[in-house]
Write a protein that binds this ligand. Structure first.
Ligand SMILES: NC(=O)c1ccc[n+]([C@@H]2O[C@H](COP(=O)([O-])OP(=O)(O)OC[C@H]3O[C@@H](n4cnc5c(N)ncnc54)[C@H](OP(=O)(O)O)[C@@H]3O)[C@@H](O)[C@H]2O)c1
Length: 255
């Protein structure tokens, strides 16, 4: 049974792995035996995350990346292969939000959100595909949102990017299933991270609304994402592809 979820010998790249949900997933993957590449822009945060994983007995390195740049996504994969010899798992987690009513966005802001949240996942997945083909296997895990499902008045480009991620997940899952590559998405509910700490300041009444609507009656924490990341990265999910799994304390099924 343990072998189903054993990631020893596997290399996992986690974009935005230096904090929040990304670090929660990286911690789970490292505990299951994977060597984790922490891929973020901020080198101090990257180094701190690597230290945390090493201190817990895991294996990890950091590689700087700006996922808004296609060339940086390709270089991330090349540097991973040079340093560690292979890549088995890609977690497309890096993301950001700009909160405004739709009529107030500059096109540059729309583009920045789409580029960071959606196009980056496309570019990193394209970059990793030849490596997965060489190994005859691979796992892509995309991080969506409740806004992959629902709308929000203050998050038009974010909702577009996260909805797009789910459809991209389905399309790539169809394209690559015959290559033994599984592509799935995780849809986090409301999770206490730097991203939502800002949202709680920007959006009046958000904190209380989240607690009220979430059946689990709490905000999620990054540690809630270790288990699902290991499952989607492991042999335990080899016949599961194209899905979008809410990890939300019941938020999305509350009537
Ligand atoms: N928190 C929630 O409630 C929630 C809910 C649904 C979905 N999500 C999604 O979960 C993912 C992680 O969010 P989080 O809540 O953990 O927020 P976070 O703590 O702000 O983490 C965002 C991560 O993305 C990285 N990042 C942003 N832009 C980047 C870029 N251009 N290149 C490389 N890395 C970049 C950041 O690294 P640097 O600091 O180094 O740039 C950081 O590690 C995002 O995709 C977010 O949309 C979060």
């Amino acid at each position: 049974m343990n072998d189903l979820f054993d990631l020893n010998g596997k290399v996992a790249v986690v974009t935005g792995g230096n904090g929040g949900i990304g670090l929660g997933m990286a911690t789970g993957l490292a505990a299951a035996g994977a060597t984790v590449v922490i891929a973020g822009r901020n080198s101090e945060k990257n180094a701190a995350a690597v230290s945390q994983l090493l201190a817990a007995g895991g294996r990890a390195i950091a590689i700087e990346v700006d996922v808004q740049q296609e060339a940086s996504c390709h270089s991330l994969v090349q540097k991973t292969v040079t340093a560690l010899g292979r890549v088995d798992i890609l977690v497309n987690n890096a993301g950001m939000n700009i909160r405004k009513p739709p009529q107030d966005y500059a096109l540059a802001e729309w583009n920045q959100v789409l580029q960071t949240n959606l196009t980056s996942a496309f570019s990193c997945s394209q970059a990793v595909y030849p490596e997965f083909k060489k190994l005859g296997a691979g796992k892509v895990i995309n991080i969506g949102s409740m806004m992959s499902i629902f709308g929000a008045s203050f998050a038009t480009p974010y909702a577009a990017s996260k909805g797009g991620l789910v459809q991209m997940t389905r399309a790539m899952a169809c394209a690559w299933a015959a290559d033994n590559i599984q592509v799935n998405a995780i849809l986090p509910g409301w999770i206490d991270t730097a991203l939502t700490r800002q949202a709680r300041m920007d959006v009046n009444g958000l904190h209380a609304r989240v607690l009220d609507r979430t059946p689990a009656k709490r905000w999620g924490v990054p540690g809630d994402f270790g288990g699902i990341a290991v499952f989607l990265a492991s042999a335990g999910s080899d016949f599961l592809t194209g899905t979008a799994i809410p990890v939300d304390g019941g938020y999305s099924v509350q009537g």
